[in-house]
Design a binder for this molecule. Structure first.
Ligand code: UDP
Length: 434
């Protein structure tokens, strides 16, 4: 009995020793490369999926060559087309200042559109992150940006980071700088719809960018008032106007119609009035976007004297639906994304604008063009309060119902809104005829 117990204990002990020997052999072999390293499927696929680009110490050293020691460094972060349009005049000014050194980093959140807009402004980036990947999730984009920008700011040690607006690049740059105790200046601060997911994720992005920034450059007194209400220090809050309008007026005054614009206009009947349409918001993608394009189709059938020009956003969630619904329809031209100067020329040529874009709402106002905003709320309330912009929602029937009672004055840029007023039988006849 006793011997039996002893032999069982011996067997267990021998087993444990054998296991220990095997484990130590396995780990020493993997350490010295004798065996394949144990695979970690989660870690491997995660790293592969986000494929993070970083900026090397060498790149930083090269850029800093010739920059005087101790001079404050300002880093301007640009990720998308609207950031390029609105930060170009800021960068051009900052680069003239001798008491600080200004560096530009392109995150390439929308790489192709960013480059297209930059064809005009010619802002030389000192660094590029190339974070764009087709249809990547917001979480992946956020993670890549945080990793790359966090490392870059730590190594580069700027005195100030400048971000603009409401993109994920702007939000993450402000956050990464905040974590490192670096000051951020937010250009276009204080815009709010006060609805957490409208627009998505922009409302969230600007709240975070404002919260984490130290200096706030608000475009209007309304945006400044929003910030004061949130407890932002008035001594670091400046009402500076809209740098996008600076870009627009500069371009509009200096650049005539390009051959491309002449070609587009030659395909529009001389007696037609041009309606410029853009739609791309993330929260409208899917069936809502289809409804928006179907509404445009119906309106083009009702109003034969209107010609709808649509520069289509390259996002496949927009482009595919636009082509399915609007391709080859009379009175509608689908266009590739336009160079910024060409887009500005069309703003000048059009009679009115239908858009869900933030920047385009402001630019159309600067050209004195009426705007129908295909959204349920806007952070650009100034145009609505001034009566030049009207929120017409995103539902197909709602858009048609809102536009139908408008009357279009031939040969003028004036769109007469007659919502709920004097609705003659004129538009009912149009509807029946369609
Ligand atoms: N824009 C452009 N080409 C186009 C459409 C728009 O250059 O085909 C410009 C437009 O003048 C404005 C900016 O892009 O300055 C707006 O960008 P977007 O609508 O992508 O962004 P949002 O303003 O909604 O953030």
């Amino acid at each position: 009995m006793k011997r039996n117990k002893l032999s069982r204990v011996l067997v267990v002990l021998l087993g444990l020793v054998a296991l220990a020997v095997l484990a130590s052999l396995f780990f020493s072999a993997s350490l010295f490369g004798g065996l394949d390293r144990p695979t970690l499927p989660f870690a491997t696929s995660f790293a592969g999926a986000i494929n993070v680009n970083t900026i090397s110490d060498n790149e930083i050293r090269e850029v800093l060559e010739g920059v005087a020691e101790g001079i404050p460094r300002v880093v301007v972060v640009i990720g998308t087309r609207p950031e390029m349009v609105k930060l170009a005049p800021v960068v051009q000014h900052l680069r003239k200042l001798k008491h600080m050194a200004t560096f530009v980093i392109f995150t390439d959140q929308h790489g192709a559109l960013l480059d297209q807009a930059n064809a005009l402004f010619q802002i030389r980036p000192d660094f590029r992150l190339h974070v764009m990947a087709s249809n990547q999730s917001l979480a992946d984009l956020d993670a890549r940006l945080m990793f790359s920008l966090g490392r870059f700011f730590k190594a580069f040690a700027p005195s100030l980071v400048v971000v603009q607006g409401d993109t994920t690049s702007a939000k993450v740059a402000a956050e990464a700088a905040f974590y490192l105790g670096i000051d951020t200046a937010h250009v276009e601060a204080g815009l709010r719809t006060f609805q957490r997911r409208l627009p998505f994720p922009e409302e969230f992005n600007r709240v975070v960018a404002d919260y984490t920034s130290r200096f706030h450059f608000a475009p209007t007194s309304i945006s400044a008032a929003n910030l004061l209400r949130e407890g932002i220090d008035h001594q670091r809050l400046f009402v500076v106007g809209n740098s996008g309008i600076d870009s627009l007026l500069h371009i509009a005054a200096s650049i005539p119609d390009s051959e491309h614009i002449k070609d587009i206009l030659s395909r529009v009947d001389k007696s037609s009035q041009i309606v410029l349409v853009t739609a791309h918001r993330r929260e409208s993608q899917g069936s809502t976007m289809r409804g928006i394009f179907e509404a445009i189709l119906t309106l083009s059938q009702i109003f034969g004297e209107l010609h709808f020009l649509l520069p289509v956003h390259p996002n496949p969630n927009v482009r595919v639906i636009a082509e399915e619904v609007l391709h080859d329809q009379a009175g509608i031209s689908l266009l590739p994304p336009l160079e910024y100067a060409d887009f500005a020329r069309l703003l000048d040529h059009c009679s009115f604008v239908i858009t869900d874009s933030g920047g385009v709402q402001e630019e159309a106002t600067a050209f004195g063009k009426p705007i129908l905003v295909i959204r349920n709320s806007t952070e650009r309330t100034e145009g609505v309060l001034a009566g030049v912009a009207e929120l017409i929602g995103t539902s197909k029937d709602g858009i048609i119902a809102k536009v139908l009672p408008c009357s279009f004055c031939p040969n003028s840029n004036i769109l007469y809104f007659s919502f709920d007023r004097y609705q003659s039988s004129w538009w009912t006849r149009r509807l029946e005829a369609a």
